[in-house]
Unconditional design. Structure first.
Length: 255
């Protein structure tokens, strides 16, 4: 099985090296292609193509992974996933692995995540897809993330459905405090909230603050709620499709 490993934290992040190592150890045919710098919040944007149609990239190496091609690409994660499915980095991938992200990707705000955007892009082109995040911007417990990621990777290789993303979040807690990995629906909010402040003709002030699950979210067993209780969360996502349950028959205009 051919695996594209990508992320939105950049090719030099520790999370992507760990994910690539896990994929390699699982026997997958791994190629790494990730942004040359951080592209968090890029969602599924297809940006960074040069004006002459050339995508700029350079080669890197990962320690302990000899023979694995590593590309630092000047593009958004979704664009990297998009061109990979057309053979930009060798044979098209059967599975897209995105992460391990520095910070949680929970709730409806995953819409804005470059990590999830890359996985969804692969899924829309028929691949299996896994997005993995460690729920803090300054991770310490990578061994916990590794155990959770291995469980999720084994599951999706055996049971995954092409066109669907498994979105997994691991709490940044010591491994002996981890309760396990469990399915959970998306919370109504995300990990980060935007606050709009002062505005004038030439600018608007926007700040971002990390938010946490409250007691209601805990009782609802959402992805954000189970994380704060010491569980890793798993949520199945599907790329955008037509909303067939919405009646727009009255929108019928002829000129």
């Amino acid at each position: 099985m051919r695996a594209l490993v990508t992320n939105d934290d950049g090719v030099d992040s520790h999370g992507i090296f760990l994910l690539a190592r896990l994929a390699f150890a699982a026997g997958l045919d791994v190629v790494v292609a990730a942004p040359h710098e951080e592209r968090s919040g890029a969602s599924a944007s297809l940006t960074a193509l040069e004006s002459n149609g050339r995508l700029r990239m350079s080669r890197r190496e990962f320690p302990d992974l000899p023979g694995v091609a590593v590309h630092a690409v000047e593009a958004s994660p979704a664009l990297i996933s998009f061109v990979a499915t057309s053979g930009a980095f060798g044979p098209p991938p059967d599975i897209v692995l995105s992460g391990i992200n520095h910070g949680p990707n929970t709730g409806h705000a995953i819409l804005h995540s470059g990590t999830v955007g890359a996985a969804l892009t692969g899924a829309t082109h028929g691949t299996l897809a896994l997005a993995v995040s460690l729920a803090t911007s300054n991770p310490r417990h990578w061994d916990t993330a590794e155990v959770v990621c291995r469980q999720a990777l084994d599951w999706i290789v055996e049971n995954g459905t092409p066109g669907t993303v498994l979105n997994v979040n691991a709490p940044d807690i010591p491994l002996d405090e981890l309760k396990g990995l469990r399915p959970a629906p998306l919370a109504a909010f995300g990990a980060v909230q935007a606050n709009v402040g002062e505005a004038d003709d030439g600018f608007v002030t926007v700040t971002f603050a990390e938010i946490h699950a409250d007691d209601n979210e805990n009782s609802e067993e959402t992805d954000a709620g189970v994380l704060v209780r010491g569980w890793a969360s798993a949520t199945a996502l599907r790329a955008p499709f037509e909303a067939v349950d919405v009646d727009i028959s009255t929108l019928n205009w002829t000129r």
